[in-house]
Structures are given as C-alpha cells and as structure tokens.
Ligand binder design. Sequence first.
Ligand SMILES: Nc1ncnc2c1ncn2[C@@H]1O[C@H](COP(=O)(O)OP(=O)(O)O)[C@@H](O)[C@H]1O
Ligand SMILES: [Mg+2]
Length: 349
Amino acid sequence: MTEPTWSADAPPSAPAAPAAPAAPAAPAASVPAAGGARAALLAVRGEVAKAVVGQDAAVTGILICLLARGHVLLEGVPGVAKTLLVRAVAQALSVDTKRVQFTPDLMPGDITGSLIYDTATSQFSFREGPVFTNLLLADEINRTPPKTQASLLEAMEERQVSVDGHPRKLPAPFLVAATQNPVEYEGTYPLPEAQLDRFLLKVVLPIPPRDQEIAIVTRHAAGFDPRDLGAAGIRAVAGPADLAAGAEEVRKVQIAPEVAAYIVDIARATRQSPSLSLGVSPRGATALLATSRAWAWMNGRTFVTPDDVKALAHATLAHRLSLRPEAELEGVGVASVLATAIASVPVPR
Ligand SMILES: Nc1ncnc2c1ncn2[C@@H]1O[C@H](COP(=O)(O)OP(=O)(O)O)[C@@H](O)[C@H]1O
Ligand SMILES: [Mg+2]
C-alpha cells in the first residue's frame, strides 16, 4: 500500500481493519459512549455521501475539526459543493447551521448580533447574529474588511461574543467553516498569516474527476434537489453528545515523546527551509498534535503514530506557510516545499 494520503482521495472511509476497535486497552474511566460515538461519527460520512459525491477529505476534515475543537478553511472554486457539504454534515449531525456571505459592507454586528431598541418596552434587547449556530459557513471571508473579519476570529477563539460589555456564550459544538475564493483577488482582503494560523486545518475541494462529475449530473437527472436534503435521505446518525464524547476520548489519545519530537522537528524544518519566509509557528505544531490525535482516534487507536502525523501534516500546516518571492517566481509550490521539509525529518521507529 501507499503512504496514507489523507488529503487525497483515500481517507479510510469506513477504515477496513481499524473500524473494529483493536483491543480497547481499558483506558482509565473510559467513557462508555466512546465506541458508539466513533461509529456514529464515522457513519456521518456515509450520510453526507447521499448528497455529496466524493469530497471525502473535506468531510473528514470537518469531523477532525469538530473533535479537536478547531475551525476549518475550505478552499475551492465556486460550485464544488462547499455549501452543500456543510449543510449535509449539519443534517447528519442534527445540528444547526447558518451561512453568511461576506461582503465589503458587512459590519461586525451583522455577524455577532446587536442591541435593538424596543419601543414598546423602552428597552434594548440583544438580537443574536448568525454566529449563534453550530456550523457557521463563512463564505468568501476575504471579501470583507479586516474589522469584520476580526469580529468573527474573536468569536472563533473565545466561543463567545461581547456586545455592549456583555459576554454571550456561543452554542456547542461551534465550528466555523470559512471559504476563501482562490480565483479572484481583486478587491479582496486576504486573511493575514497570523489569522490563517487560527484555522486548525485547510481542506481543498478539487474539481471532481470525470466519473464523479457524471455521478453528480446523473443524480440531478434523477431528481436530486440540493435544497431538500431530507429528500436525499440523509439521516441524523450522530449528534452533539457523540461529538462531546469523542472529543473527550481524543484528549486521552497518547503521544509518545518521540512522536511529539517528530511533530516539533517537522515544524522546525519548515522554519529552516530556504524557500519559505514564514515557517510553522509553535501554535501550528500544537495544531498538528491535535489533528493527529483526532485522526488516530477515528482510526480506533489510543496512541498517535508517525503515520498519523504525516497524514495530517499537509492539511494542518500548508496554510500557515509563506513562500519567499524568489521561490514564488520560480514556480515552487507550498506543497512541495512542505513535502521536502517533512521528508528531511527522520521518522521515529
Ligand atoms: N461533489 C458534488 N456532489 C453533489 N453535487 C455537487 C457536487 N459538486 C457540485 N454539485 C452540485 O453543484 C452545486 C454546488 O453548489 P454549492 O454547494 O453552493 O457550491 P459552492 O458552495 O462550492 O459554490 C450543488 O448544490 C450540487 O447541485
Ligand atoms: Mg457556496
């Protein structure tokens, strides 16, 4: 078999062997629901597939972010089912979802909510903005000015919003799936690196291969309506309790000192790369730990392997790197620079 290429087309959808928890090594005070939580969360992928053809890496990426309590960047041209995917995941998890189209005139209050004056009672009351949801699709986040971006990033980090000095807690789970349109940069405000660093991982939704595109068109010919996910037969196979139980288990996944050092050495290798002006920060290294742990748990393990780290390295680290202008001119890509950095680090045995 080949290397575990998580971000390519081979996330172990229903991982062949690992699906049966390999000898649960009786972790102290194990959450009884955990085995059930894993099965339920893995089943989400099958439900989403009833609406979305392919794009498995994106579904897995969202699940990893939910388990690790992070947020996700979705990259892909318009029309590759980013919106459909988030709605389908929400349906399969029986959680609420909202979408905000970011525009140049969007104000922070349009996201967080604002105080409304009620003439009947002569009092101000808070009207919740769209951020009060479970899965928030922040579409084309790079179209809105920094002040509005900042209010979203603050909500992501703190899981609450403060309006008029009053902190208001966001619901749990809370995940932001933000899209950045890679096609046009004209009149946009690309997120600065410091803010990209706050997203746990970035998944790329590619244009589907020919056979999958035919499957998409065939589904539509047979009456599939993306606005009616109920009719697509997506069942709510998991819920917030499974996510909470899963997240708890993920936090118990063991990391051997050599594997922790492997993560750090990969981060350090990016900082030494002559092609990069910005390498992975220590925050990025902790992000790789978090995603590797969630991935290990999804595969039924209680410890992280170097292969887990490798499998998640690109999705977790690539968006945190900046190329030097010289490298950019030479047509070097972030992905190949990162691959070289990873390959330069000896894999612990
Ligand atoms: N992989 C896919 N599976 C199923 N339908 C797809 C897929 N890719 C595109 N489509 C169709 O095209 C539409 C893409 O719309 P949308 O989800 O809004 O894309 P995006 O948010 O990426 O712009 C879907 O509603 C669906 O009808
Ligand atoms: Mg969309």
